[in-house]
Write a protein that binds this ligand. Sequence first.
Ligand SMILES: [Zn+2]
Length: 85
Amino acid sequence: MSTRRRPAPAPPEPPAVPVQLLDWHDGRHFAWPERCVLCRKTTPLRSHDGEAVHKTCAELWNARNPGETRFVSDPPKSGKSKDHA
Ligand SMILES: [Zn+2]
């Protein structure tokens, strides 16, 4: 009789692509609720192109489509009034 040891099942790997968080603080990213173009649930968020999309959906889309610029962060505010406590 032999006891065969089975290798432990590997845990599911998270996607290798790092998810880059978007900076969508600008007021133009908010509007009336519409269906997200990616997950079809309603969202008040808009991309720079006016596409209704959740920020998390856009971030995931970016991670899966490296090099694309469909969803981008707000440009950094120029000027020195950077009061971020
Ligand atoms: Zn979505």
